[in-house]
Design a protein around this ligand. Structure first.
Ligand SMILES: Cc1ncc(C[n+]2csc(CCOP(=O)(O)OP(=O)(O)O)c2C)c(N)n1
Ligand SMILES: [Mg+2]
Length: 738
């Protein structure tokens, strides 16, 4: 698709005017409205700068120079119908979509009533649920993949309209997740020229092109990323040239300081997307007259001549001159409009300065869903024990892998909002091979999703490009719209490209938007060692990195039945969940069980006492559970020491009550975990015991864990690195004897 170029040097469109004349489809009234938005946007920046200097607000980020493209996008798209992932320079876009100046000033002062975040985020981090403006963060570019997921969700919902319904009596996240879709909605996402260097931008472009998704990528190119000029940032200096090879795209390159030309570009882009041809790319050349932020002084790296050249293209003066030249407004009309805006802003500032700040007690509100507590009794259901077969033999125990698959299957039957994607999770992307029965299908490198694509179709189970940030980012966008993605990260060791999405987006979307948005979803991850043949990049643990993130539930089952019950809770709950599946336990003979039925759930934060004892408490989880059990049984056999063994099952929340009760009884505690010893998950448990149960202890709290090195390949080394039954045995014995 060729790029449609508008020469930035051309004068603004048209001259001489009749009242009925249209300007690229815009009426004279719309142009006056556009100027009002542009002028208002600039004056809000000016007022904020003043307020910051008076120390009445705490940060300022301007949209100056970007108003032309912003207002054009706002005029071409529909608030509350299309979806918006804007970045911090999109003040004019937000105003054009219907955000009130007062609401922007509320953000500056950090008021309790600030609709974007209730005082939790910096100004210019837009979030307006009623307008479909989705909460934005500060990391450059982390919104882009979510926009792709948002567009995917819109298309999925249009194809599966029944999934948007809330079945009566469905006691799950769907009660609190209203879903809306239009069928032809477009998702807007914007970014700066510098941000186009982020890998996530390219992952998003690829995903949008692959899926022919209705996303408009708007690059607002002001030539700088703080002090770094575009030729140092972008090879060849033109992002348009670099992306021109992406298939299925419509491309526009436009002078973004010209609202009329920008509107024409956006209208073409919007039409292309709405009609379902694919994504669009709008490259808007803009200016940045106010330095990067109030903390930056661009005179340190830009000479006056360059800045003056930019000033010639200022969208405020350009648009004003255009209105005068076209006879749309005369000088009096301009003055009148500007006076009205000034008066409106004065009232808005005064009101915002009088607004109440949030109360400190509110800080923990909305870290998690306020509506559905996955630790509550609602998630405590009985296992349905299968009847003994007629021949009297016990039903064969199923592996953890079997029961995870069975649980996924039953949940997919129950809830059409569930989609599964990741690397290799589909049976076969080339569906015709399956249809012609040429292949059996793969269904995951560990085969846990085997058969699900065949059963539920390839728009519910599909392979994703090899890009972990994209898997989590797209899933987050989908979940924001109400779908329930259950995505897979193939190996825990490869979760790190998704870390920005997990740490700075997924986990904090509800909190930072003050409950305006949420994105409950499940990330299944194969984790752990004891593999004989894994190594640094296939055998690591590292769960404490994730339990350290507020807003993320972390689950780590040790046996089949728990895996089934906890996975179902993870899927039906209203929070994002990291579901850690130990690879060594997938097909272990330890902990096999019959399928506990299609409604079996275990509440989060409830430990299981694997065996009761009186002499010492061992607190552990995951693959250390069977090893600790082996050690405890040996200790009892050989020394008569009775160990109480606690399997935490869920790491956030965790079951402090069961730990406290047990340690109060046994007076001795050993915390055992597979991850490296120092700064590990057990350190927190040990610290809590020392802190809160000090009076009960007859011995120091001990830990057994991996050596502080990575897991090695050679089995002799792996054995020496990871905690073994004998290490656990010796530690238990020593503690019992203390
Ligand atoms: C991931 C990340 N790295 C660095 C920053 C700090 N930072 C904020 S804005 C910015 C420059 C962005 O430039 P560009 O994308 O061109 O947008 P502009 O501000 O010029 O509109 C940087 C480096 C950040 N917010 N996020
Ligand atoms: Mg820039």
């Amino acid at each position: 698709m060729a790029t449609t170029k508008t020469d930035p040097k051309l004068p603004l469109t048209g001259n001489g005017a009749k009242k009925s004349k249209l300007y690229q489809g815009l009426t004279r009234e719309q142009l006056i409205q556009a100027y009002r938005v542009i002028y208002t946007s600039r004056r809000i920046d000016d007022r904020e700068i003043l307020l910051k200097r008076q120390q009445k607000i705490y940060f300022q980020m301007s949209g100056a120079g970007h108003e032309g493209i912003g207002v054009a996008a706002g005029l071409a798209l529909k608030a509350g119908y299309d979806w918006f992932y804007p970045y911090y320079r999109d003040r004019a876009l937000c105003l054009a979509l219907g955000v009130e100046p007062y609401e922007m000033f509320l953000q500056g002062v950090g008021a309790a009533d600030d609709p974007s975040s209730g005082g939790r985020q910096m100004p210019s981090h837009w979030s307006y649920p009623k307008l479909n403006i989705v909460t934005q963060s500060s990391p450059t570019g982390s919104q882009i993949l979510q926009a792709v997921g948002c567009a995917e969700a819109g298309r999925y919902l249009a194809r599966h309209p029944k999934s948007a319904e809330i079945p009566s009596g469905s006691a799950d996240y769907r009660q609190f997740k209203n879903v809306s879709f239009q069928g032809d909605e477009v998702t807007y996402v914007s970014l700066g020229d510098g941000t186009s260097s982020e890998g996530e931008f390219w992952e998003a472009m690829n995903a949008a092109a692959l899926g022919k998704l209705p996303v408009i990528f708007c690059v607002e190119d002001n030539g700088y990323a703080i002090s770094v000029p575009v030729e140092v940032q972008t090879a060849g200096g033109s992002i348009s040239r670099l992306v021109s090879g992406f298939p299925n795209f419509h491309f526009e390159e436009v002078d973004g300081t010209d609202p009329v030309a920008s509107y024409a570009a956006f209208s073409r882009a919007t039409r292309y997307c709405r009609e379902g041809h694919g994504p669009a790319f709008v490259h808007a050349h803009v200016i940045r007259p106010y330095s990067h932020s109030l903390s930056d002084d661009e005179r340190l790296y830009r000479p006056d001549a360059e800045r003056e050249r930019d000033a010639q293209r200022d969208p405020v003066t350009r648009t004003q001159m255009f209105l005068l030249r076209e006879g749309i407004l005369d000088e009096k009309g301009i003055n009148q409009l500007e006076k009205e805006v000034e008066a409106e802003l004065q009232i808005a500032v005064d009101r915002a300065l009088a607004a109440l700040p949030p109360v400190p007690e509110s800080i923990t509100n909305f870290v998690y869903s306020p509506d559905l507590d996955p630790a509550s009794a609602a998630f405590d259901t009985q296992a349905v024990v299968p009847e003994v077969p007629a021949d009297g033999k016990k039903a064969a125990g199923k592996t953890m892998a079997d029961l995870i698959t069975a649980t996924l299957r039953d949940e997919m039957k129950r809830d059409e909002r569930i989609v599964i994607f990741g690397e290799d999770v589909a049976d076969c992307s080339r569906e015709e091979y399956l249809k012609r029965k040429l292949v059996k299908g793969k269904g995951g490198v560990f085969k846990l999703t085997f058969g699900l694509q065949c059963e539920f179709g390839n728009d519910r189970v599909f392979n994703a490009p090899l890009a972990e940030a994209a898997i989590v980012g797209r899933a987050t966008g989908m979940a924001t719209r109400g779908l329930k993605p259950v995505v897979e990260i193939q190996f825990f060791d490869y979760i790190w490209p998704a870390m920005m999405q997990i740490r700075d987006e997924l986990s904090v979307i509800r909190w930072r938007s003050n409950n305006g948005f949420s994105c409950p979803l499940v990330i299944r991850v194969a984790i752990g060692g004891y593999l004989t043949g894994g190594a640094i990049y296939h055998s690591q643990c590292g769960e404490s990195v994730f339990t350290h993130i507020p807003g993320l539930r972390v689950v780590f089952p040790s046996n089949s039945q728990d895996a089934a019950g906890l996975l179902r809770t993870a899927i039906r709950c209203d929070d994002p969940v990291l579901f850690l599946e130990h690879k060594r336990l997938y097909r272990e003979s330890f902990g096999r069980a019959a399928y506990p039925g299609p409604d079996y759930m275990i509440p989060f934060g409830k430990a299981k006492v694997v065996q009761t004892g009186t002499d010492l408490t061992v607190i552990t989880y995951g693959a250390v559970v069977p090893r600790a059990l082996q050690a405890a049984q040996k200790l009892e056999r050989e020394q008569g020491v009775k160990v109480e063994l606690i399997d935490l099952r869920c790491l956030n929340p965790f079951d402090w009550e069961t730990i406290a009760e047990s340690v109060s009884k046994t007076n001795r505690a050993l915390v055992a975990y597979e991850d490296t010893l120092s700064w590990g998950y057990g350190a927190e448990i040990a610290a809590r015991i020392a802190d809160q149960l000090f009076d009960k202890l007859d011995a120091p709290v001990r830990r057994v864990a991996a050596k502080d090195v990575f897991v090695a390949y050679q089995p002799i080394l792996e054995d020496a690195i990871l905690p073994q039954p004998n290490d656990l045995f010796l530690a238990m014995k020593e503690l019992a004897e203390y």
